[in-house]
Design a protein around this ligand. Sequence first.
Ligand code: PMP
Length: 408
Amino acid sequence: NSFINWWKRKNQDDSKNTPELRTPRDIRSGDIADGIEGLIGNTPLMRIKSLSDATGCEILGKAEFLNPGGSPKDRAALYMINEAESEKLIQPNKGCTIFEGTSGSTGISIAMIAKAKGYNAWIIMPDDQAKEKYQILEKLGATVEKVKPASIVDRNQFVNLAKRRAEDFGKNEEKNKSKSKDGDNYEIINERKYSIENDEATGFFTDQFENLANYLAHYRGTGPEIYRQTNGKIDAIVTGAGTGGTIAGISRFLKPLIPNLKVILVDPPGSGLYNKVKHNVMYSPYEAEGTRMRHQVDTIVEGVGLNRMTENFNMSTGMIDDAIRVTDEEAVAMARYLANKEGLFIGSSSAINCVGCVRIARKLGPGHRIVTILCDSGQRHLTKFWNDEYLKQNNINPKEEEGLGFIN
Ligand code: PMP
């Protein structure tokens, strides 16, 4: 066929190709990552072209979805596990089990690193997250426990249950695995029989919400990387918070170095953080109405939003200048816009971050530089955030527009 002949002719002389070879990023010869852990962090910062062109600001996204576990939680998980190792709370290949309560991303990071290092992972999640996350956890060999979404005061809320499971680990193996003890309101899939061979087989609760190793991963990693990638030339950082580790770590590192930097929190519907930043009151919208809070946050967006203070979010005290509330419709419309305009296929928390960037760009005016976090890929959200049927059933009807007019 004529195309193949043309291609062969063009490539007859190999030397002609040599000048075309480019190293895509700062890749040095002999630069070999030491297993999965070696791939964590050092993510690229990308210019989001469609948003930059449309707003006249330079909007940059830290491509955290390129971490091996697919999100910035790889950084936090690695720091928490390394710290537990150095404190001798866990030792590899001794039957130690790591417990965590998570909306999924942290669980996936922990399950991945656990395999790399020689630990078991036991992950407890609310049962309303995108199916892909449970499936990935199962393939990574973690025990996955699904619980009904519940208020933090409920003893079977996913974080509380993870803590209790870790405390109970080894004391009474049957109790760990018994479903009837706490009623039938949870389901264990892919249960592994973890034999407790010896005294060194400990259970450890990583505790991403309260463990400051999470914050440190961003203070020592993500923050310095952003500084280097931008030479410190940034006007605003815009991002959401799930545990608060990212926003606290980045802002605490960057603010002292960049005096006029504005840090803006983006918050999904139902989260109390917006009110905390705006009015310094921490209450959930449900509690304000006097109703019992059933869901942590009431949104299609996964991984961000909080209705309580955490040690990690607390580290951002005095660092956050303003907050923006983003609707589910805006988030979905933004994700579709980016996929359509530039092939950037993102998940829900990245989408609210990008909506926040456009709002701040409009407020600051053209010529400013805004950095955000692209947390995970749309691939992890195919069955929910990216599922038209699901959206319709849940009465989420994003505006269909050519431009960015869907953002209020
Ligand atoms: N995006 C996603 C997809 C997440 O899973 C998380 C963490 N739960 C975040 C954003 C927020 O990060 P952080 O916990 O550091 O606030």
